[in-house]
Design a protein around this ligand. Structure first.
Ligand code: RIB
Length: 307
């Protein structure tokens, strides 16, 4: 039985390293080019796969019938993820992402969704019923209609729904009321409140989290990068500082956090322990290049937690 089910995107990432991110109209030399497995959904699935017992994670998604799709399925398999419900479509090619990573570790990403747009509500509800999972991880790189149907069906099945509202956008109440844990980063949190921007101070975090709770989710975890994570629910709030590391590439750090959070909660960790576990996993991922390539295995996280 798969405990953690991930519904979401699979992209092949075209990664270029640059000294600094370009301005509009600027041409810059890049220092390296790699094609690596990514996509927010598949990244979260691989994070769960690497951190937990084989068979814990199952992914539901859609790829093209092409070589990129095969590469992404292989990456899931290698991480121990059940990918039986990643369907192939002839209607589009596999999703891709163009990613620029600068020396500070910050990035710019453009996604062409391709086959991810063909993941239908029916694909998800049928597979969810068969998988008997306990926790569902969602993000927003597949159609909103599909994400909304997945959350509603998962709640009917008694699953815990964890939504990463990425990429940033506003969301309907119909979806948010079925979310147990909402995990935005700074720009995503502000977008949900109808504000553009990408910075939230620790002093402002309680107010932002309170406003997000009023939209429907039971708990909010603000992912504040080097400022750590901020958990809020009706009974109170708590700040979890981040572990200081030298960032090489922040791509998929949020995905790693969510995969680790679900892993911990599915194993019965308390919320505090699961957030501490996720903070360490994400801190390891940002010291390495790439999305799935950067995700830690369990022993690496435990070695740091038991120091
Ligand atoms: O969150 C990181 C991911 O965003 C990348 O792997 C890229 O594919 C985009 O989906």
């Amino acid at each position: 039985m798969s405990k953690v089910v991930i519904v979401g995107s699979l992209n092949l990432d075209f990664v270029v390293q640059v000294a600094t991110l370009p301005q509009r109209g600027e041409t810059l030399p890049g220092s390296g080019f790699l094609t690596l497995p990514g996509g927010k959904g598949a990244n979260q699935a691989c994070a769960v796969g690497r951190l937990s017992q084989p068979g814990t994670a199952a992914m539901i998604g859609c790829v093209g019938m092409d070589v990129y799709g095969a590469q992404l399925q292989e990456s899931l398999r290698a991480a121990g993820v059940n990918h039986r419900y990643v369907r192939g479509t002839m209607e589009a090619s596999t999703g891709i992402a163009l990613i620029l990573v600068e020396a500070s570790g910050q990035n710019q990403i453009v996604v062409v969704p391709g086959a991810n747009e063909y993941l239908r509500p029916k694909d998800v509800t049928e597979a969810l019923s068969l998988l008997s999972g306990t926790h569902l991880l969602l993000q927003l790189e597949t159609p909103l209609e599909t994400v909304t149907a997945a959350a509603a069906h998962a709640r009917d099945l008694g699953m815990m729904v964890i939504l990463d509202p990425a990429p940033a956008r506003s969301l309907p109440e119909e979806l948010l009321r079925n979310v147990n844990i909402l995990t935005p980063n700074e720009s995503e949190a502000l977008a949900l409140m109808g504000i553009s921007g990408n910075y939230i101070s620790l002093a402002d975090a309680p107010d932002v989290a309170r406003q997000l709770l009023s939209l429907g989710p039971q708990q909010v975890i603000l992912k504040l990068g080097e400022k750590g994570a901020f958990l809020a629910m009706s009974e109170g709030a708590q700040h979890f500082p981040a572990r200081a590391v030298e960032a090489k590439d922040t791509t998929a750090a949020g995905d790693c956090f969510n995969g680790a959070l679900a892993t911990g909660l599915a194993e019965g960790m308390t919320m505090d322990a699961a957030i501490a576990f996720a903070n360490v996993a994400a801190s390891i991922s940002i010291t390495r290049l790439g999305a799935q390539a950067s995700l830690p295995i369990r022993a690496e996280v435990e070695q740091i937690l038991t120091r």
